[in-house]
Ligand binder design. Sequence first.
Ligand code: MNH
Length: 462
Amino acid sequence: LRRIPHPPRRVPLLGDVLGVRPRTPIQDSMRIGAGLGPIFRRKAFGKEIVFVWGARLAGELADEARFAKHVGLGVANLRPMAGDGLFTAYNHEPNWQLAHDILAPGFSRDAMAGYHPLMLDAAGQLTDRWDAEAAAGRAVDVPGDMTKLTLETIARTGFGHDFGSFERTRPHPFVTAMVGTLSYAQRRNVVPPALAPVLLRGAERRNAADMAYLNRTVDEVVAARRAADASGAHGDLLDRMLEVAHPETGERLSAENIRRQVITFLVAGHETTSGALSFALHYLARDPGVLARARDEVDQVWGDAAPPAYEQVAKLRYVRRVLDESLRLWPTAPAFSREARDDTVLGGVHPMRRGAWAVVLAALLHRDPEVWGERPEEFDPDRFAPAAVRSRPAHVFKPFGTGARACIGRQFALHEATLVLALLLRRYDLRPEPDYRLRVGERLTLMPRGLRLRLTRRGVPG
Ligand code: MNH
């Protein structure tokens, strides 16, 4: 550990708390890490956390033979809510493999093609609303509306449930409760454990109420399905959870575990995609050249097709690059942790005992100048042109994590986000608000704060 640099001025007992802003721990770590180098540590209240962002070391941590997912920090703080659901399960918990094997076919190509019409329905509700805002000359609340869209999308495709988000002006209480629990989980990382009972007393009570609300909502969604139709005819994620047995062992998910999985998918399935769409729209509105190229592609590939077919989404290679580049600069799940499977030496110099772990700071890995060049801050979708991708080492772009525990919803998110970006580009001219400067909010995930755009309707199909 002594070889790993840390911030220069340490306060006894408290650690590296100078200059720390508790509401933006990731952006703080990015700033500090850029100064300290590819591996560094921060100490808070007796806990020492090792961060890695250099491409070479992060590449080693991606080696599944030596390292595995570590359930720590923010992820561990979500255990009271998500338990042994897929995202928060420990590697050794049997429900991980069981749920993974039962649910993975829910993300196959065939399954995705089945979700496509439902994704279009949710997108249609968004454009109805945006048409009205455009006609009235009002700017739209991008993160707010993207969150409505992605919540409706995962709820309908995964669970046959309609939250009615677009019939409300305020966020659905499910979203408010979810944001509450995510923010609480983040705060638990930056408050000394000994003081938590006092400092977080009010927050803890609110968090308990939020969790109760999430559980109640999920129980209602499950009960509605059981009452209406338990034939497995929907073929969606909830059907798989309720009806499908493990192909080899015949085992099924328990009622308690299903509750954990439903919460997991409703939360993991929309919050990060909403942020990804919001950042992409920010960059598109700011960069007319990129916007024009993306829109030309949509016009060319889709022509007059309204609505676009499933296969027409993956053909939008440039729109996809815009999304990748947004996720490079602001990976909305900005960090993940890896633990050593056995005693090992990281980078040939940092000894790690079995179980020792480090945080991969994806948000900074994605800006390592040795990989991304002298101006990594610049938004340039051509970084994801095929030749450029081939020329880079593996494991330098990790918005969806890595290995066996990488994101199960990756294709789902990419299909949804590419589809929606294309629909919006085709339908609207987007203009930024003149004095908007990107500010990034953190609640474990990243989201542009206060982003509003002005729209004008274009004359186009559909
Ligand atoms: Mn998703 C795991 C990022 C969309 C469901 N997701 C992860 C991890 C990252 C991630 C990073 C790994 C975390 C870790 O190693 O601790 N996920 C994203 C991003 C988007 C996203 C950036 C959108 C953009 N995720 C989605 C969607 C769904 C989903 C959509 C569901 C429909 N993600 C999951 C689940 C896991 C996960 C479930 C846990 C997988 C596992 O451990 O088996």
